[in-house]
Design a protein around this ligand. Structure first.
Ligand code: NAD
Ligand code: TYD
Length: 355
């Protein structure tokens, strides 16, 4: 089996669902259930013996040590993190605790467990760390896309905390020989994306008749990848990546934010037109820019393609259509996330179970 951390979040839940759709190898899913963790994302796995959910913190070394000793996974896929740049600007501390200190404790538990394995299991073990392109900092308009050797130059507390975790993971390979793999991926979008991030926020606000807040001039560029393509990349790197290596993962889809918002609006105009017949893009409202806002990210994903044969399956046009349709079809999920109903459920179910 494998141990996945952060498997109730956006990418984590997609990854667990995707993993179990492709294999019968069981998953232990360790998640702290912060505001971003939502067990409803995993509702389709209810009663599935291949999925064991454990509520807990990656920074709790006693807990992770126990889980590793008891379940003896062949790999750890570390997706647990605080992930939202704007939240990191308002309050960086949780980012330092989970992304840096938490990853450190998880690495320590992994090292203890891995060191005591028999030779074959030691050789086969993998610690796959999921990271972001934001560790590389911001590109100018004509700069080359980020390759794996691009220097780290993080600009937000979020990206700085992820860069620190990448360095720790690298050091555990270099110093102790832990068989680690790191993936640095561009912006994901797709089902179960928490509506604080650009694409789901725009869909949800548009449908609610609220303003669509575009930071600054809206010309900041991101490279967008459909989340299921990220999941297939992680599976591929886990299966065939070389220990100690980093793989950049991207969608070959560089787009300015304003174009993304226009595309979302046009799809909604087509799929769920406004009652008054007006266009959704009328709801766009330019607001003050994000402090320290990175201007451009772009991923050079040639290494993962040439070494491991991975390429994204979705274009932006196909992925964004599926995504908008998913939000239209899952308004209950949106309402529960927004009303905090799932957090009430967490308090109810776990409130008296804390160890
Ligand atoms: P998310 O915020 O949606 O989910 C994070 C999950 O981690 C949540 O379920 C949360 O409860 C859990 N978590 C947080 N702190 C924890 C802790 N201390 N112990 C255990 N669980 C904890 O994030 P996401 O967008 O799914 O991102 C997952 C990973 O992928 C992160 O490492 C992020 O840096 C990376 N990443 C994200 C993107 C993106 O576009 N979303 C792109 C590249 C890389
Ligand atoms: P986001 O989804 O927060 O991802 P990241 O900051 O990790 O790239 O934001 C994507 C881009 O959209 C980023 O340039 C900031 C911008 N943005 C807005 O213009 N308005 C918004 O309300 C949000 C949340 C983001």
């Amino acid at each position: 089996m494998i141990l996945v951390t952060g498997g109730a979040g956006f990418i984590g839940a997609n990854f667990v669902l995707d993993w179990l759709a492709h294999s019968d190898e069981p998953v232990i899913n360790l998640d702290k259930l912060t505001y971003a963790g939502n067990r409803e994302n995993l509702a389709s796995l209810a009663g599935d013996p291949r999925h064991l959910f454990v509520r807990g913190d990656i920074g709790d070394k006693a807990l992770t040590g126990r889980l590793l000793a008891e379940h003896r996974p062949r790999a750890i896929v570390n997706l647990a993190a605080e992930s939202h740049v704007d939240r990191s600007i308002h309050g960086p501390e949780d980012f330092i605790q989970t992304n840096i200190v938490g990853t450190f404790h998880l690495l320590e538990a992994a090292r203890d467990y891995w060191s005591a394995l028999a030779d074959d299991a030691r050789t086969a073990f993998r610690f796959l760390h999921v990271s972001t392109d934001e560790v590389y900092g911001s590109l100018g308009k004509d700069d080359d896309a980020f390759s794996e050797t691009h220097r780290h130059a993080p600009n937000s507390p979020y990206s700085a905390s992820k860069a620190a975790s990448d360095h720790l993971v690298r050091a555990y390979h270099h110093t102790y020989g832990l068989p680690v793999l790191t993936t640095n991926c561009s912006n994901n979008y797709g089902p179960y994306h928490f509506p604080e991030k650009l694409i789901p926020l725009m869909i949800v606000n548009a449908l609610a008749g609220k303003p669509l807040p575009v930071y600054g001039d809206g010309q900041q560029i991101r490279d967008w990848l459909y989340v299921k393509d990220h999941c297939s990349a992680i599976r591929r790197v886990l299966a065939a990546g070389r220990p100690g290596e980093t793989y950049n993962v991207g969608g070959w889809n560089e787009k300015p934010n304003l174009e993304i918002v226009h595309t979302v609006c046009a799809l909604l105009d087509e799929l769920r037109p406004r009652a008054d017949g007006q266009a959704y893009r009328q709801q766009i409202a330019y607001v003050a820019d994000r402090p320290g806002h990175d201007r451009r990210y772009a991923i050079d994903a040639r290494k993962i393609e040439s070494e491991l044969g991975w390429r994204p399956a979705e274009t932006f046009a196909t992925g964004i259509r599926k995504t908008v349709q998913w939000y239209l079809d899952h308004q209950d999920w949106v309402r529960n996330v927004q009303s905090g109903a799932y957090r009430d459920w967490v308090a109810k179910n776990y409130g008296e179970r804390q160890s």
